[in-house]
Design a protein around this ligand. Structure first.
Ligand SMILES: Cc1cc2nc3c(=O)[nH]c(=O)nc-3n(C[C@H](O)[C@H](O)[C@H](O)COP(=O)(O)OP(=O)(O)OC[C@H]3O[C@@H](n4cnc5c(N)ncnc54)[C@H](O)[C@@H]3O)c2cc1C
Length: 296
């Protein structure tokens, strides 16, 4: 078996041109943690590989005008270690910190985990929770795709074969909001998630919720967010009945995946359980705004 040729373009537009020349038969390679396995198992057989490693500045993390931006080549470990991400998008740091093991986190990239769109991944649910979006470069120019529109099905994104994710963006999290990511693995601590739940709760001056968001990952083909259910909770206190209502709504709406990590029934029960736990933690520990605008 011969290995496919590997190209090292110095710009994103050169990368896209090579991808276009191969008409869908070439693959981008970033950290190679997923691609090497897929090629080894002959699940993909690209005619060429296009490495992003020599393209400048794709490993930067910045915060400008209320938006945290991560280059596609930022490693998972660097997301976890970044003071900028920890301060302004903490739930993102939490989710990248629990991916696989240190060896995987030292190689796997932000662009890779999003483009791979493996349902059993940790970061996509928090990215959707934060209303993140990606910048994508293709032969025709640049476009932006909301994370909720990027993941469209089983290992499927809305990217064209000759498009490359250049950056991930997430709005800075309101410092008054509580966020958390709960990962549940059914086989080993280093395994991919069976279910992952990300929540954001902002408790207002009167103790009612000013913002409630829940995003469920790894349980279905794509992350699940029920914006109508979230909206219904705004203006209400997050009591046990409200939490049970939200958790039940997500369990009812879930179209669960069945695999070695859990049956559809099990994933549905774990989804209900994790949402209840995450929202109860939020209620019990979320900072409460005061009339003076300070946090308790
Ligand atoms: C042992 C093991 C354990 C793991 N455990 C977890 C876990 O617990 N949680 C979890 O979330 N994930 C887990 N993973 C998955 C890991 O996080 C992914 O393999 C990784 O995120 C892919 O990133 P990469 O940079 O290595 O991508 P690559 O392997 O280089 O590429 C993956 C895919 O994305 C495409 N691609 C890469 N970058 C771009 C880009 N910028 N634009 C367009 N397309 C691109 C490639 O063409 C390829 O199709 C695990 C993986 C392994 C091997």
């Amino acid at each position: 078996m011969t290995s496919p040729p590997i190209f090292f373009p110095r710009t994103l537009s050169d990368a896209c041109e090579i991808l276009a020349d191969y008409d869908g038969q070439a693959k981008v390679v970033a950290g190679a943690t997923a691609l090497s396995l897929l090629m080894g198992q002959k699940l993909v057989d690209p005619e060429a590989l296009v490495s992003l490693s020599r393209i400048a500045d794709l490993d930067q993390i910045t915060v400008t005008e209320g938006v945290v931006t991560l280059g596609a080549l930022v490693k998972h470990a660097d997301v976890d270690r970044s003071e900028v991400v920890r301060e302004h998008a903490r739930v993102l740091a939490q989710s990248f910190a629990v991916v696989g093991n240190p060896r995987i986190r030292a190689a796997a990239t932000v662009g890779g985990v999003l483009a791979e769109a493996d349902y059993a991944s940790d970061p996509p649910a928090p990215v959707v929770l934060l209303d993140g979006w990606v910048t994508v470069v293709g032969p025709g120019g640049t476009r932006e795709i909301a994370a909720s529109d990027l993941f469209v099905g089983f290992y499927e994104t809305s990217l064209e074969a000759d498009e490359v994710i250049s950056h991930l963006h997430v709005p800075v999290t309101d410092p008054a909001a509580y966020t958390s990511y709960l990962k549940y693995s059914s086989r080993s601590a280093e395994d991919r998630p069976c279910v992952g739940v990300a929540v954001l709760v902002h408790v207002g001056v009167d103790g009612s919720c000013a913002d409630v968001r829940v995003s469920v990952g790894a349980a279905a083909e794509v992350p699940l967010r029920l914006r109508e259910v979230e909206k219904e909770a705004v203006g209400h206190v997050l009591d046990d009945a409200r939490i049970a209502h939200i958790a039940q709504a997500y369990a009812d709406a879930l179209d669960p995946i069945e695999d070695v990590r859990g049956s559809g029934w099990y994933r549905t029960e774990m989804t209900r359980n994790l949402i209840s736990r995450a929202l109860a933690n939020a209620r019990d520990t979320a900072p409460r705004a005061t009339e003076a605008g300070e946090k308790e």
